[in-house]
Design a protein around this ligand. Structure first.
Ligand SMILES: Cc1ncc(C[n+]2csc(CCOP(=O)(O)OP(=O)(O)O)c2C)c(N)n1
Length: 658
C-alpha cells in the first residue's frame, strides 16, 4: 500500500497512528466482553478503521459528522472519553442516552456528532439540514455523512443526494463500500460498477478512494471539504474497504467465499500504516510497544470507571418527561384589539406569516410552496416577504425534507414542513416516528419542527387525498398533535406549535379552508396547547370531538334540538383529560365523534379512559362514531356513506334516549 504524506510532519503521522490504533484495540477488548456476555451487541469495524479515523481527522472539530454502526473511530478521534463510551455501551448514566439506546445510536452536541438510528438511510437527510443551516448562517462549514453500500439502496439515499444537489449544499456523502450488506454481496444490492457512476446522475462530483489507506482518506476528505465549503456543493466519495468480521458477531461470516478474508487481510489499514511508519523510521519498535501498552491501560481504566458505575436508576417520571425539550408555554394575547374577518385558510397563513416574522431564522419547506404559494395558497406572497432562502420549494421527497428539518433544528433553526396533502406523510413517516419523535428522549436533541397536514374528506378526492391519519401519530410518544376546528384556534395554535421547540403535527381540514370565517385578532397570539374548549354548552349529553366533527356535532344537535356540551379537543396529544372529566361528570352521557375510521381511532382511547375513570358518573355506555373501516371512496355518495355524519345522528338519538 502506498502512502503519500504530503506536508504532514512526523509528529502528525504519529498522532494519526495513535488515533488509528485506538478503535482497533477497543474493539479487540469489546469482542472479549461480548463473548463474556458483558455487552449486548457489537458491529465490528475491524479493517475499516482508516475511514472513520481519516475522516474525523480531516474534518474540523466544529463540523458535523453523522456516522454509522462501524464508525467507532469517529467517536474516539473526536476525543470522547473511553469511560463515557463504555458507559454508553453498558447502558449507564455517564453514557449519552441515559441507558435508553445502545451502541453507536447516540449523538452528542459537544462533539458535533449526530448518531444513527437503526434504519440507516434517514441519517442522510439530516446532513442536508445541517449543511443548509450552516449555509443560511453563512458559516463556511462542510458536513460529513456516512452510509454503507447496502444503505444506498434505500430511498433516503436518493432523496438526500438529490436535495443536496438541487440546493447545492456542502455535504460529503461517504459511501463506505465494504462489499457486503449483512450477508448480501454488492452484486445483489445494486447493478453498477462503482458509486462514481452515480454521482454525476445527481449532478455531483465524485471520487473513489482506497478506504484502507489512512492518508488517502485523510487527504481526500480534507481536500474535498475545503472545496465544497468554498463552492457550496455536495460531493460523493466512495471508500473501498472490506468488513473483516460478521455483520454483528452473532451472525458470523460463513457466507464469505473461501479466501476472501485472507486476501483482504493483506490490506489491513493498521498493519500497512505501521509498516510505512517503520520504514520511514518514524515509528520504532519500542515506541510502538509503548503505545500499545498505553492504549491498553487507557482502555482498562475507562472500563474500570464504567464497570464501577451503578446500573441506571429507574424513574418513570424521567422517562416520560424527557420525551420533550423543556418548554413552558405562556399564552401570548394579541397586543392590540384590532380584529379582522379571516377564513380558516387565511388564519393559518396569517399565523405562519407572523411566526416567520417573529423568528427571523425560521425556514419553511414544501412542494410548490414558493412562487406558486402552495396548492392551497397558504404561503402565497411569502417569497416576496421572506425570500427564497427561507421559503423553500422542495423536490418531491418527504423523507429527506423532514430529515432536513431535523438537521436545521440541530443548529437551532425552527422549521415548518408543509405536507402537500396529509396522505403523503407516509413517505416521510420514518423520519417523523423514529427521528423527530425519539431524538430528544434518546440523546437530548430537540426537534423544533412543525409539520402542517392538510387533511380530511368530503371533497370527493378519493383514497389518497382525503385520509384522516392523526391516529397513526397519536400512538407515537414524543409527538404533539393539534387539530383546530376554527380560524381563531388555527392561528393561535399554529403560533403556539411553532413557538414550542418540540415536534408537532398540525392538522388542518381542507374542507374548512374556505368554508368558514370569523373575526380574529390581527396581531400575533398563541393559544394553550393541551386545552380543550366547549364549543357549545348543554346538559343532556356530551359530544367529544375535534376538527370537522365540531361542525357536524353543532349542526346535528341543533337540528335534533339536543342540548349538548360539545367539547372541541383542539389538541389531540396531549389531550385535555380535565376538560373531558368535567363534561362527563356534568352530563353523564358521552359520545365521541371523529372523521377518522372508527377502529383504533382516538375515540377508542378516550372511551377506554372515560370508562376506567368515570364509570360511576356514566348513565349510559360510552359511545363512539367514526368513518367506516374502509379507505376513503371517491364518488360523493359513497364518500358521504363512508363519513360518520348520518350514523352519528342515529347514535346521538339512541344515547339521548338511553
Ligand atoms: C431499514 C432497515 N432495513 C434493514 C435493516 C437491517 N440491517 C442492518 S445493517 C444491514 C446491512 C447494512 O449494510 P451496509 O449499509 O452495507 O452497511 P454495513 O453493515 O456493511 O457496514 C441491514 C440489512 C435495518 N437496520 N434497517
Amino acid at each position: 500500500m502506498k502512502f503519500d504524506r504530503k506536508k504532514l510532519t512526523d509528529q502528525e503521522l504519529l498522532s494519526f497512528y495513535k488515533n488509528l490504533l485506538l478503535p482497533r484495540l477497543i474493539e479487540e477488548k469489546m469482542l472479549i466482553l461480548l463473548w463474556q456476555g458483558k455487552i449486548s451487541k457489537w458491529f465490528s469495524g475491524i479493517g475499516q478503521e482508516a475511514i472513520s479515523v481519516g475522516a474525523a481527522l480531516a474534518m474540523e472539530q466544529d463540523e458535523h459528522i453523522l456516522p454509522m454502526h462501524r464508525n467507532l473511530g469517529i467517536f474516539t478521534t473526536r476525543g470522547i472519553s473511553l469511560h463515557r463510551l463504555f458507559a454508553q455501551f453498558q447502558g449507564k448514566k455517564s453514557g449519552f442516552t441515559n441507558g435508553r439506546d445502545r451502541s453507536f445510536h447516540f449523538g452528542s452536541k459537544d462533539y458535533n456528532i449526530v448518531g444513527m438510528i437503526s434504519h440507516l438511510g434517514p441519517q442522510l437527510g439530516i446532513a442536508d439540514g445541517i449543511a443548509l443551516a450552516h449555509q443560511l448562517k453563512k458559516n463556511k462549514k462542510s458536513t460529513l455523512v456516512f452510509t454503507g453500500d447496502g444503505g444506498t439502496s434505500e430511498g433516503d439515499f436518493h432523496e438526500a443526494l438529490n436535495v443536496a444537489s438541487v440546493w447545492q449544499l456542502p455535504v460529503i456523502f461517504m459511501v463506505e463500500n465494504n462489499c457486503w450488506g449483512l450477508s448480501t454481496p454488492s452484486d445483489q444490492q445494486f447493478n453498477f460498477d462503482s458509486f462514481t457512476q452515480k454521482g454525476p446522475g445527481y449532478g455531483m462530483k465524485t471520487k473513489q478512494i482506497n478506504g484502507n489507506n489512512l492518508l488517502e482518506v485523510y487527504h481526500a476528505i480534507s481536500g474535498v471539504s475545503k472545496v465544497i465549503k468554498k463552492k457550496n456543493e455536495p460531493y460523493l466519495i466512495e471508500c473501498m474497504t472490506f468488513r473483516m468480521r460478521g455483520h454483528e458477531e452473532a451472525s458470523g461470516t460463513k457466507y464469505y467465499p473461501e479466501g476472501l478474508q485472507g486476501e483482504w487481510s493483506k490490506q489491513d489499514p493498521i498493519d500497512n500504516y505501521e509498516k510505512y511508519l517503520t520504514k520511514e523510521k518514524i515509528l520504532t519498535e519500542k515506541a510502538k510497544d509503548q503505545l500499545y501498552a498505553d492504549i491498553k491501560a487507557e482502555i482498562e481504566n475507562g472500563l474500570k470507571l464504567a464497570n464501577n458505575e451503578d446500573t441506571i436508576a429507574v424513574s418513570t417520571d424521567n422517562e416520560v418527561s424527557d420525551l420533550f425539550a423543556p418548554f413552558e408555554q405562556k399564552n401570548l394575547p394579541p397586543k392590540t384589539e384590532k380584529m379582522a374577518d379571516k377564513r380558516f385558510i387565511d388564519a393559518i397563513s396569517d399565523g405562519l406569516c407572523q411566526s416567520m416574522a417573529k423568528y427571523p431564522e425560521m425556514v419553511i419547506m414544501g412542494q410548490d410552496i414558493g412562487k406558486y404559494g402552495g396548492v392551497f395558497k397558504v404561503t402565497e406572497g411569502f417569497i416576496g416577504q421572506f425570500g427564497e432562502d427561507r421559503v423553500r420549494n422542495t423536490p418531491l421527497c418527504e423523507s429527506a425534507i423532514v430529515g432536513t428539518a431535523l438537521g436545521l433544528s440541530i443548529l437551532g433553526i425552527k422549521s415548518m414542513v408543509e405536507m402537500q396533502f396529509a396522505d403523503f406523510v407516509t413517505c416521510g413517516f420514518n423520519q417523523i416516528i423514529n427521528n423527530l419523535a425519539k431524538t430528544h428522549w434518546r440523546w437530548g436533541q430537540n426537534a423544533d419542527v412543525v409539520i402542517r397536514m392538510p387533511t380530511g374528506g368530503g371533497v370527493a378526492a378519493g383514497p389518497f387525498h382525503s385520509q384522516s391519519n392523526e391516529a397513526w401519530f397519536f400512538h407515537t410518544p414524543g409527538l404533539k398533535i393539534v387539530y383546530p376546528s376554527n380560524p381563531y384556534d388555527a392561528k393561535g395554535l399554529l403560533n403556539a406549535a411553532i413557538e414550542d421547540p418540540n415536534p408537532y403535527l398540525f392538522f388542518e381540514h381542507k374542507a374548512l379552508y374556505r368554508a368558514i370565517s370569523e373575526e380574529i385578532p390581527e396581531d400575533y397570539y398563541t393559544i394553550g396547547v393541551g386545552k380543550a374548549r366547549l364549543a357549545s354548552e348543554g346538559d343532556e349529553l356530551s359530544v367529544i370531538t375535534y376538527g370537522m366533527g365540531v361542525h357536524w356535532a353543532k349542526q346535528i344537535t341543533k337540528e335534533e334540538g339536543i342540548h349538548a356540551d360539545i367539547l372541541d379537543l383542539r389538541t389531540l396529544l396531549p389531550w385535555d383529560k380535565e376538560a373531558v372529566s368535567e363534561t362527563v361528570k356534568k352530563t353523564n352521557k358521552v359520545i365521541i365523534l371523529h372523521e377518522d375510521c372508527l377502529t383504533g381511532g382516538i375515540g377508542a382511547e378516550l372511551a377506554a379512559w372515560i370508562s376506567e375513570h368515570h364509570f360511576q358518573d356514566l348513565d349510559a355506555p360510552v359511545m363512539r362514531e367514526g368513518s367506516l373501516d374502509t379507505p376513503v371512496p371517491f364518488a360523493p355518495g359513497l364518500e358521504q356513506n363512508f363519513l360518520p355524519k348520518d350514523r352519528f345522528r342515529t347514535k346521538l338519538k339512541a344515547l339521548l334516549e338511553y
